[in-house]
Design a protein. Structure first.
Length: 406
């Protein structure tokens, strides 16, 4: 019986990982919520991208008023005065519509500014921003290109263009735009944020080493950039550099105290390092600020490791109250119920997992062991055979001991 108990513990403890991977869900032990962040937010929620979203017309990075390539046409004074007046009028109208979020009207007035014998670079730049708000990405890319033809040193044009390429899933083009942006500025803060965008673009295509390197560059140019520390920690965790990740997380936490995502990542990393009590402390702090499934999942998992089975079950119940298909939570609650000797409830949770993911061998193995404990050998043997067919380690051994090899 001791050996079978060992099998159960092995299966349940690994089930959180294996079952989650089978579903490609956010409850994976490597914490998919951080793994997929680059797809969920611009290029993951960088300080640069938030700034661009709030104010795409930053004067510090916008085109110069006079660009070297623009040569005004020589015209008589009256005609030029008319052009100057119309240029200002259309510009003011466009800017007002931008502030009012009337982007179609803004695009119209920016278009009217063109051809008025004034530098078109800022006009193309502004129109591209308006087009990006309407998800007219192809047009925005063309207008940024037109802007850069007149002034190839417009940092924000490259940055905004990189963002648009990410939205279009053109990562190679985004990487090129971000790389060009780096060559146009000596501002350490801008360089730091640009490296963040580069790193997140690499994350999007799974190039973790390159992402780690660019997050390091972001920190190099601005050691106070908490996003750089935080995101490098997330990458290092994925690279199983958990101790280095924890160092980065602590630095991010010192720069951005009480951020729920930082506290969550710290809790997850401590959990994976086996520091369950410390993990729970960090997860408690995160959940106090914001309630979310990942916090409950990892706190429940840590409580299971510490034998706090009733508390663990409460955490998994909180997840399942709103998401009955959360396989990681079902697996965790099944383990908690088994350890609390609520065998029927444990059977029910494993059956739910099998219904959601029929090829999950660990769920069959867990259910087989519960049947074995309940002395329902026929059902146990049926599940052990299924577990064996699905490649579960130790299933052969269980078939020999429980079912006599049949």
């Amino acid at each position: 019986m001791y050996r079978f108990k060992y099998i159960l513990v092995l299966i349940f403890c690994s089930g959180i990982v294996l079952i989650s991977k089978a579903q490609n869900a956010t409850d994976s032990s490597r914490f998919k919520a951080f793994d997929s962040a680059a797809k969920a937010r611009r290029a993951t929620d960088t300080a640069l991208n938030r700034q661009l979203e709030k104010d795409l017309n930053r004067t510090d990075l916008a085109p110069r008023k006079e660009t070297k390539k623009f040569i005004p046409v020589q015209r008589n004074g009256k005609d030029q005065m008319i052009d100057d007046s119309l240029f200002r009028y259309y510009g003011e109208a466009a800017d007002k519509n931008m502030l009012a979020k009337n982007y179609d009207s803004a695009i119209y007035y920016y278009g009217k500014q063109l051809g008025k014998n004034h530098d078109p670079a800022p006009v193309y730049f502004n129109r591209a921003n308006a087009e990006s708000f309407l998800n007219k990405f192809e047009l925005a890319v063309k207008d940024f290109d037109s802007c850069l033809q007149y002034d190839s040193a417009v940092t924000n044009a490259y940055l905004s263009q990189g963002y648009i390429y990410m939205k279009m899933n053109k990562v190679s083009e985004a990487l090129e735009s971000y790389s060009k942006a780096l060559k146009t500025t000596n501002d350490s803060s801008v360089k730091s944020n640009t490296y963040l965008s580069l790193a997140n673009a690499y994350l999007n295509i799974g190039k973790l080493a390159e992402a780690e390197n660019d997050f390091t560059n972001a920190i190099k140019y601005n050691a106070g950039n908490w996003q750089g520390w935080f995101q490098r920690a997330a990458v290092r965790r994925r690279l199983t550099k958990d101790k280095l990740a924890l160092t980065d997380i602590n630095k991010a936490n010192s720069l951005k105290p009480n951020d729920p995502d930082v506290l969550l990542l710290k809790g997850v990393t401590l959990f994976e390092l086996g520091s369950y009590k410390e993990a729970i402390t960090s997860l408690n702090a995160s959940l106090k600020i914001r309630k979310f499934d990942d916090g409950y999942f990892f706190r429940g998992s840590a409580r299971l490791r510490l034998g706090q089975d009733s508390l663990a079950r409460e955490d998994f119940n909180k997840i399942l109250a709103s998401n009955k298909k959360h396989i990681g939570a079902l697996n965790g609650r099944a383990e908690a119920n088994f350890k609390l000797k609520h065998y029927t409830l444990a059977l029910k949770d494993n059956t739910s997992i099998i219904e959601l993911a029929p090829n999950t061998g660990e769920a069959y193995a867990n259910r087989a062991y519960i049947y074995t404990v309940m002395k329902d050998i026929d059902k146990a043997c049926k599940d052990w055979h299924k577990a064996k067919d699905l490649g579960v380690p130790k299933a052969d051994e269980a078939l020999q001991k429980v079912c006599g090899g049949k």
